[in-house]
Ligand binder design. Structure first.
Ligand SMILES: Nc1ncnc2c1ncn2[C@@H]1O[C@H](COP(=O)(O)OP(=O)(O)OP(=O)(O)O)[C@@H](O)[C@H]1O
Ligand SMILES: [Mg+2]
Length: 480
């Protein structure tokens, strides 16, 4: 401590000397009719030192976790939560200014916020006359605000304790309202992933397109896809979302058969997935042409220019590694990865390892949202996240979500297949009569269509025509 003190004193003296010399150099030995410059320099130096110290302290108070800023944030969020959930008493009083009767709100008092490394605790005191069931019955708002770990404890006599441990629970129940709230906060085309310790996690695919889910068998990829798809189907109608589904394990996507948002059948064989991807490529090409015609750069601009709202198209394939060797399919996936964002065409792909064909290389670079469940080894985790952390995950449904700005630990909510099926029954009922606009308008036979053929196709066509002409000539010859 003595060493530190003498070093700071020496530095202080040194800076003060420099400051004096500068002032004397600028103004000479005296100024203002005889005031010694040295005195003025010392005074100014003292002021500058005080100002700098105040700035450093303020900066630390705002930046050091838990000191000032985190508490302010917690208080601010709580008040927003009280308003949103109606946790207050409404009273009336006469305004002293205009004498009119006006209503005002009394909120619970936030007595203390203590931010510790592993848990934040907030002590609340209800205003006299407020029924404790008002806050107890709306405790869900704290989970919406602070994440699934937030818990309200009744300490009796109108006192409550809100505890927010910075550790995720091992299981989180699926809740559509929480998912919907997280998506609402995200502008654009939102994808809900799950719950981090400090709140729900949803990403905007318009900003960060294409999603890759990776993890060893049995740790939650298909469950996550179920959560993503069911949430989407309940939040967006077929006018906003269309799905192309591939299920190469044949066990996961059966429940989505005949859902209005789903295009065609669920592709369960390699050949079917290849054909499905060809269809998606047609949609992409069609949108490219249309956007080019009106000079639009993305879906929103296209809507602004034409008044026509195109739905987002998502290609979702579980166990995409089963497409190994299908180069045509890889090419389409890579092309969607490169061009899809502007045209509202997105990928959501899952597989067990990163180092397997399909997801490695070019396609992986365009998967902006990477979701890693338990990984087989450090190498695979590093390949996806740049860190080995996912190899150590111990909880089913727990993942790391890496996007352009953050890496967060998230618990995927548990949505049992039975519950998912019940939700799908409701979705089918809800959208039963809805008329779906086709992604590509059907061809009108009365309007001549231009046809583009590659070299091989034109050779084949020529041969076919030749064969037909030969037949014709022969038949003519035989009738003669
Ligand atoms: N979010 C979750 N919360 C709780 N348990 C989960 C969660 N996700 C998965 N599980 C448990 O893990 C089991 C396997 O999950 P899932 O089928 O999603 O794994 P997977 O990664 O798709 O496996 P595979 O690669 O073999 O298809 C589930 O049946 C369930 O018991
Ligand atoms: Mg699976």
């Amino acid at each position: 401590m003595n060493v530190l003190e003498s070093v700071t004193t020496a530095l202080d003296d040194f800076l003060q000397d420099i400051f004096r010399e500068i002032v004397i150099e600028l103004f000479g030995g005296t100024m203002f009719g005889g005031l010694p410059s040295v005195r003025l320099a010392d005074g100014l130096y003292f002021l500058a030192k005080g100002f700098t110290t105040a700035c450093v302290l303020t900066y630390c108070a705002l930046k050091v976790p838990g000191w000032v800023n985190d508490r302010i944030k917690v208080k601010e969020r709580l008040v927003r939560g009280f308003i949103a959930a109606g946790i207050y008493m409404e009273k009336q009083r006469r305004d002293l200014g205009d004498g009119k009767i006006k209503s005002y709100r009394i909120f619970p008092t936030i007595e203390r916020v203590s931010v510790a490394g592993s848990c934040t605790t907030v002590n609340l005191h209800l205003p006299i006359g407020m029924d404790p069931s008002v806050i107890e019955s709306r405790a869900w708002v704290f989970q919406q605000l602070f994440g699934p770990t937030a818990q309200l404890v009744n300490d009796k006599a109108g006192r409550f304790r809100l505890q927010i441990p910075k550790e995720l629970p091992t299981k989180v129940a699926y809740n559509l309202e929480i998912a919907r709230a997280a998506m609402k906060k995200t502008e654009g085309f939102a994808l809900y992933i799950g719950e981090a310790y400090n709140g729900s996690v949803a990403v905007d695919l318009k900003q960060m397109p294409h999603v890759g889910l990776v993890g060893v068998t049995g740790w939650g990829k298909s469950t996550a896809l179920r959560v993503i798809l069911n949430t989407w189907l309940q939040v967006y109608g077929p006018d906003r979302l269309r799905l192309f589904l591939g299920d190469l394990k044949m066990t996961e996507f059966g429940l989505y058969r005949n859902v209005p948002h789903v295009e065609g059948n669920i592709a369960v064989r390699r050949s079917e997935v290849v054909a499905m991807l060809a269809e998606v490529l047609d949609v992409l090409r069609y949108r490219q042409e249309r956007f080019h015609d009106v000079d639009a750069t993305d879906l929103d601009e296209y809507e602004e220019l034409t008044g026509e709202r195109l739905p987002n198209v998502v290609v979702c394939i579980d166990e995409v590694a089963s497409l190994e060797g299908e180069t045509a399919a890889h090419d389409v996936l890579e092309e969607i990865g490169q061009l899809g964002r502007s045209f509202g065409v997105f990928l959501v792909l899952s597989q067990q390892r990163v180092d397997r064909e399909v997801m490695d290389g070019k396609l992986k670079n365009n998967l902006n949202v990477r979701i890693a469940y338990r990984m087989s080894d450090d190498l695979n985790s590093r390949m996806l996240l740049g860190k080995p952390d996912a190899a150590d995950l111990q909880v089913k449904g727990r993942c790391f979500v890496k996007d352009a700005t953050h890496m967060r630990e998230v618990q995927t909510p548990w949505l049992a297949p039975k519950e998912a099926r019940a939700q799908i029954v409701e979705i089918k009922k809800r959208f039963a009569g809805v008329k779906k606009i086709p992604l590509i308008p059907p061809i009108n036979p009365d309007i001549p269509q231009s046809v583009e053929l590659d070299q091989q196709e034109s050779n084949e066509l020529r041969e076919l025509l030749q064969a037909l002409m030969d037949q014709e000539v022969q038949s003519h010859a035989s009738t003669r």
